[in-house]
Ligand binder design. Structure first.
Ligand code: SAM
Ligand code: DTB
Ligand code: SF4
Length: 323
């Protein structure tokens, strides 16, 4: 799909865009089913990178407290708790530039093995990954790997200078080659123009295979980061993103990720109508606040949403043929 085709979709009148994406969503998914995932920061802060949005970069002075890698046993207990609360996917995040072949990585592999036994989807986001590291994660039972392209190729160096867009694509390639499901999306509200948002969707749609899972994050401006004073994005911008992605990649899971804490149920409902079908539950994302579990359950009740079972979206990545 070309940039211009995606741009045309993105710029359709908003309600028309949502009608169309909603229609496509209902044809490809059980509308009303939303997957509940749980995130856990297994290694927090002290990261060497300069991602302008990130509270975990060592060079910015934020309130995040550095924490070494958690014990596999503690992580397993958190995963069990998440499962008991209805989560079907458990995602472990580490504030690393890249994975190194050391004891920490061995411990992450142990975490993956243990969580895998719970019959939950297991996801990791650990930074850059080599081909052999990806294979090891696959062997340990990893379902998916999250590595966001974050924005368009053109806008990328306004946000991150310590690694390139090429580096990111390389990791995504390694993940895919190892037979691990790719989770890749990005953030809006970094100060980018609309073309950067469209460009991000263009890159995702034109990967050799589009991601099976696409997180859409709204920047959470964190004090101490270079983007601390950015204005929050509006629901209309989130809707345009979600709806366009749904039309372009009809079978992907679209995860309404960072930014949900500030969204009333009515706004989240619009995102589900437009095609979002997953949330992260629990009162913390990695380091920033997220809606309380009980208020999400209340939202499921009000909107009549059902939690989606695990492993329902295997090998369902394709780009739309008919627009
Ligand atoms: N260090 C790993 C990496 O960068 O790939 C994994 C963790 S990183 C925190 C995962 C993703 O979280 C980032 O790619 C970014 O899209 C998102 N993220 C981080 N800080 C954010 C913020 N303040 N607001 C919204 N999204 C954010
Ligand atoms: C993603 O795209 N969003 C999640 C998940 N992948 C790992 C993380 C959002 C982090 C928001 C900032 C924080 O809580 O530190
Ligand atoms: Fe480090 Fe990831 Fe944060 Fe970038 S987004 S500073 S790589 S933890």
């Amino acid at each position: 799909m070309t940039f211009d085709q995606i741009k045309e979709i993105y710029n359709r009148p908003l309600l028309e865009l949502i009608y169309q994406s909603s229609d496509i969503h209902r044809k490809n998914h059980q509308a009303g089913e939303v997957q509940v995932c749980t995130l856990l920061s297994v290694k927090t802060g002290g990261c060497t990178e300069d991602c302008a949005y990130c509270p975990q970069a060592a060079r910015y002075h934020t309130d995040v407290k550095v924490h070494k890698l958690l014990d596999p046993e503690d992580v397993l207990n958190r995963a069990k708790e998440a499962k008991a609360n209805g989560s079907t996917r458990f995602c472990m995040g580490a504030a690393w530039r890249e994975v190194r072949d050391n004891r920490d990585f061995d411990n992450v592999l142990a975490m993956v093995r243990e969580v895998n036994k719970l019959d939950m989807e297991v996801c990791c986001t650990l930074g850059m990954l080599s081909a052999s590291q990806a294979e090891k994660l696959k062997e340990a039972g990893l379902t998916a790997y999250n590595h966001n392209i974050d924005t368009s190729e053109e806008y990328y160096d306004k946000v991150i200078t310590t690694r390139t867009y090429e580096d990111r694509l390389e990791t995504i390639h390694n993940v895919s080659k190892a037979g691990i499901s790719v989770c890749s999306g990005g953030i809006i509200g970094l100060g980018e123009e609309e073309d950067a948002r469209i460009g991000m969707i263009y890159t995702l749609a034109n990967l050799p295979e589009p991601p099976e899972s696409i997180p859409v994050n709204a920047l959470v401006p964190v004090k101490g980061t270079p983007l601390e004073n950015m204005e929050r994005v509006s629901v209309w911008e989130m809707l345009r993103m979600i709806a366009t992605i749904r039309i372009v990649v009809p079978k992907a899971m679209i995860r309404l990720s960072a930014g949900r804490n500030e969204m009333p149920i009515s706004e989240q409902a619009l995102c589900f109508i437009a095609g979002a079908n997953s949330i992260f539950a629990g009162d913390k994302l990695l380091t920033t606040p997220n809606p309380a579990f009980t208020s999400d359950m209340e939202m499921f009740e009000i909107l009549g949403l059902q939690p989606r079972v695990s492993f329902k979206n295997e090998n369902k990545n394709e780009v739309a043929e008919v627009l």
